[in-house]
Design a protein around this ligand. Structure first.
Ligand code: IMP
Ligand code: MG
Length: 369
């Protein structure tokens, strides 16, 4: 991820993909132009890098010139195109290929056609490295298109955001950050995770996603993913990570107006933690922290034994079983602690004290995320 001025951008199109697109465009132009000597007209500023790479690949004699137009303000295309440098050479009877870095609304292209209206060129064609079909509002034919992209703001490879980013050799896409606060909640059995998650989701307008609940919901409602998960479980097999992550993705998408998510019961492995990072990244978001309630073993045992007296849960009644569950928790979560600590995202919170004391400690940590 990179930051330009106030905005964040994430890698989108690699140097290699750009290179292949440019080469393909050159090949197409070569076969159309045949033995004419074309004049390539680059549209400054954005096209300088594309024009440079394009003509370096062009295997035959050619001429290169530039027009300088300006239309963009910040991240928005404007109607008002300014002609800063017009045509400086006679193009009568020449084969002209316009080289554009990007065609978005098509306003700039309209101005180019206006410029060429009175030029008696032999043939005028338009080549653009990037094109946003969803944003394009004109009817002018685009003869050569490198890469179609969605209607999102990009920088790099000549394209800028308020002056910055033109020098980047690959293309980055603007992150329109969704879901500001996301964390995975950890805690050994008896740490008070459920209680605290309930407070936190109210305080921060977060959605609490408990993997266990998501599984039960999908199986009970016989969703496609639920049936798939059940098929594995019925065979006594573990549900593959992809199925689980698809369920979580559906939960995330269902709650697009949430401020963020508390993940509970997931991830359990490095691969799952990575998959969760990828899921959040695909939503232009991220996991901000692993928040782990830390409670001394003896306190946990005491709490669970107390709970066992009233809850009737058999696994809360036996001290040996309780100690085993706690031990297992630490064995299983150690790798995840390492995973998140490596990204500087591990936040241990003292889970001993009154419920409100612990809530206060948690909110102090989350406020800083
Ligand atoms: P159009 O006139 O809307 O087609 O926009 C064309 C011009 O807007 C391009 O030459 C660029 O200078 C600029 N532009 C359009 N989309 C982007 C983008 O995603 N990033 C950076 N500049 C852009
Ligand atoms: Mg341009």
């Amino acid at each position: 991820m990179i930051k330009l001025h106030d905005l964040y951008f994430k890698p989108f199109i690699s140097e290699n993909e750009i290179d292949n697109a440019v080469q393909r465009m050159v090949d197409e132009v070569v076969s159309d132009v045949q033995d004419e000597i074309p004049v390539f007209v680059g549209i400054l500023n954005g096209s300088f890098m594309f024009v440079s790479d394009f003509v370096k690949k062009y295997p035959n004699p050619c001429e290169v010139t530039f027009i300088k137009l300006a239309s963009y303000e910040g991240v928005k295309s404007t109607e008002d195109i300014q002609r800063l440098i017009g045509l400086t050479q006679d193009l009568t009877n020449r084969v002209v290929v316009i080289l554009e870095d990007i065609i978005d609304s098509g306003n700039t292209l309209e101005e180019i056609h206006r410029i060429f209206k009175n030029e008696k060129v032999k043939k005028l064609s338009i080549a653009t490295l990037f094109h946003k079909p969803e944003a394009y509002k004109k009817d002018f034919k685009l003869h050569y298109v490198g890469i179609n992209i969605p209607d999102k703001f990009i920088v790099g490879y000549g394209l800028d955001y308020n002056g910055l980013g033109r020098n980047l050799p690959k293309v980055y896409q603007l992150k329109t950050t969704q879901y500001m606060t996301n964390f995975v909640l950890f805690g050994p059995p008896g740490a008070g995770k459920g209680t605290q998650a309930n407070f936190l989701k109210e305080t921060y307008n977060l959605v609490h996603i408990s993997t266990g609940d998501v599984f039960r919901y999908n199986i009970k409602n016989e969703t496609a993913l639920g049936m798939l998960a059940k098929a594995y479980m019925d065979k006594g097999e573990l549900v593959p990570d992809e199925v689980t992550i698809d369920m979580l993705r559906a939960e995330v998408e269902k709650n697009s107006d949430a401020n963020g998510f508390i993940f509970d019961g997931f991830p359990r492995t490095n691969a799952q933690a990575k998959a969760l990072d990828d899921l959040m990244d695909s939503k232009d978001s991220q996991i901000n922290a692993m928040v782990a309630l830390e409670v001394d073993d003896e306190v946990l045992v005491e709490r669970l034994l107390g709970r066992g007296k009233t809850s009737g849960r058999p696994d809360d009644a036996d001290e040996k079983i309780i100690r085993n569950r706690i031990k297992e928790y630490y064995q299983k979560t150690a790798i995840l602690k390492d995973y998140y600590a490596a990204q500087d995202k591990y936040c241990g919170v003292d889970g001993v004290g009154s419920i409100s004391d612990i809530t206060n400690r948690l909110t102090a940590v989350i406020d800083k995320l």
